[in-house]
Design a protein around this ligand. Sequence first.
Ligand SMILES: Nc1ncnc2c1ncn2[C@@H]1O[C@H](COP(=O)(O)OP(=O)(O)OP(=O)(O)O)[C@@H](O)[C@H]1O
Ligand SMILES: O=C(O)C[C@@H](O)[C@H](O)C(=O)CO
Length: 326
Amino acid sequence: MNVLEGIRARNFLVIGRVGMDLSPDPAGTRTRDASSMMVAMGGSSANIAAGLVKFGCKAALVTKVSDDAVGWYCLGQLDHYGIDRGHVKTVTGEYRTSLAVYETRVEEHQSVIYRNNAADFQMDIANVEAVDYASYGALITAGTVFAAEPSRTAAFRAFELARASGLPIIFDVDYRPYSWPSPQVAEEVLSRAGSLADVIVGNDEEFGFMAGGIEMGLSKARDLAGSSAAIVVYKMGPEGAITFFDGQEIRTGIYPVDALKPTGAGDSFMAGLLASLSEGRDMRDAVLRGSACAAIVVSRPGCAPAMPDTEQLEAFLASHPGPTPV
Ligand SMILES: Nc1ncnc2c1ncn2[C@@H]1O[C@H](COP(=O)(O)OP(=O)(O)OP(=O)(O)O)[C@@H](O)[C@H]1O
Ligand SMILES: O=C(O)C[C@@H](O)[C@H](O)C(=O)CO
């Protein structure tokens, strides 16, 4: 199956965590002053899955959650969003489902993520070997699954099994330093994962990190597109993105908005990009729609709850003056 064909099957296997997000309510409140919290499903992989389902795609998650009230909350939320959780297993003992406390504010924004003894890192080979890869169109994962064992080995095994079934591998670099034993290990492991992926999405810092220096990030993205990957998206925050596809370098801008928070932009971008490609849209249009999805999420509270469906995305595009010129 080629990469676009796999995406067009609109049936994604998403590997990685689901967690609980808490944000002081109302928007603007600092955590230290909070008396009320908005609660929502979080975790970058689950967020991507939720975004895809909102666009009418199918998404199944592979991970582990704790067998406690927070884990059960996540299972309920996966059902709420319509994400298949047949491969979400519970783990007993002192492992805990990921918890994020982030502020809905941009200035002096605080995002505190609790991942001590994270349950999702207990995903193991048995978890990923239980999946029938041939029944999906593409595999998606985000970098944190590689940060610790047994999750790292299991995720590489999932890559092998996906590849053997002809599924394209879609990789959001999503480098979060706090989960890794050291930057050196992260650089080596994320580069290995990147070299195995067909679609790689990351920001300038993440490509720079894999390359060993921010100034080498763009060349790293270009090299990956020239060797192993069919699609590489190099995001540059407010400067937009450069997408390497089919021998072209496609530059796109962003849809400027008044951001309420920075969180969730990358997850929403990925969901919007893939959903748009799955609808047969061309690459430039798909990247721009991904950017619009990200802009929508940063301008509302919550991550998964803020992600748009087709109608909301169309309404945003119709009312927005358009992307920044490139
Ligand atoms: N303030 C903003 N206004 C409009 N678009 C934005 C804004 N912030 C981010 N975006 C869009 O979101 C995209 C992804 O943002 P970014 O590169 O920060 O992702 P990320 O670092 O992976 O995000 P995160 O890890 O917080 O989910 C950008 O390429 C841009 O299109
Ligand atoms: O991915 C995480 O663990 C944090 C999330 O829960 C939160 O929704 C976020 O930061 C999204 O990028």
